[in-house]
Design a protein around this ligand. Structure first.
Ligand SMILES: [Fe+2]
Ligand SMILES: [Fe+2]
Length: 245
């Protein structure tokens, strides 16, 4: 058996323990398998397909709040919590603190690639435009130094991507656009507070940000995912990532 076949067999065994059949979305498996080849169907054993909350995941409340997502889907979220605390300590405004708290939620609970763009879209209906704008552009700005605020190209990126890595043209284009924008510094401050926030020992509680979130995040009364906003479906997918349709 190849590694992929073994993984599939293990997965198959696991899904047999469930009383519903789980079929993974192509984006879960692309790379491990060729997306042009149809995903093999598990044998039909008279079971129904997963159409609700996956019992392997912690159950979300019926009207989930932002904090519920932090608890059930983004935990431990230490990186963004530490980043928000650092911003708060440095005297940044509440919008910047919120932007820091939300800047990497796409990595924490959704999709890594282009996480700034995904993260911005997730929160766009619920925050000031400046906050989602900053989240979108922090991704591009991370790759470019700004000595005026003491921001250097991260050493960590040299380790992660190699010394010769050059961001793709769209990242460079978006950096140049953001550089000239009125809200440039808001996005830049995410990077400034991002850089040093990887202390594994620091414990930051979500409740430290209850007030900031209460003032600047328009929590929908129907719950995130059920409010018919342009981002609601994305929150539903985070809630139930294995739904068949
Ligand atoms: Fe980021
Ligand atoms: Fe980050």
């Amino acid at each position: 058996m190849t590694t992929l076949q073994r993984a599939e067999a293990a997965e198959h065994a696991l899904s047999q323990e469930l009383d519903r059949i789980v079929v993974k979305s192509v984006i879960y498996t692309s790379g491990e398998r060729d997306p042009r080849v149809p995903v093999p169907r598990p044998p039909d054993q008279g079971k129904l397909y997963m159409m609700g909350q996956d019992p392997r995941l912690s159950r979300m409340p019926d009207r989930p709040t932002l904090f519920d997502f932090f608890e059930h889907r983004f935990a431990p979220a230490s990186h963004v919590l530490q980043s928000a605390r650092l911003a708060q300590k440095s005297g940044a405004g509440e919008k910047v603190v919120l932007a820091c708290l939300l800047h990497d939620i796409a990595i924490a609970g959704f999709i890594r690639g282009d996480h700034g763009y995904w993260g911005a879209q997730l929160v766009e209906p619920y925050v000031d435009e400046e906050v989602s704008w900053a989240i979108r552009y922090h991704q591009a700005l991370r790759f470019f130094a700004d000595e005026s605020v003491g921001y250097k190209y991260p050493e960590m990126y040299v380790k992660l991507f190699g010394p010769d890595y050059k961001p793709e043209p769209y990242i460079e284009r978006d950096y140049r656009y953001a550089r000239e924008h009125t809200w440039y510094m808001t996005a830049r401050l995410i990077c400034v507070n991002d850089l040093y926030s990887f202390d594994p020992k620091a414990q930051v509680r979500l409740e430290e940000f209850t007030d900031v979130v209460g003032r600047h995040f328009r929590q929908p009364k129907e719950g995130l995912g059920f409010d018919a906003s342009p981002a609601a479906h994305m929150w539903r997918t985070i809630m139930s990532p294995t739904r068949y349709l």
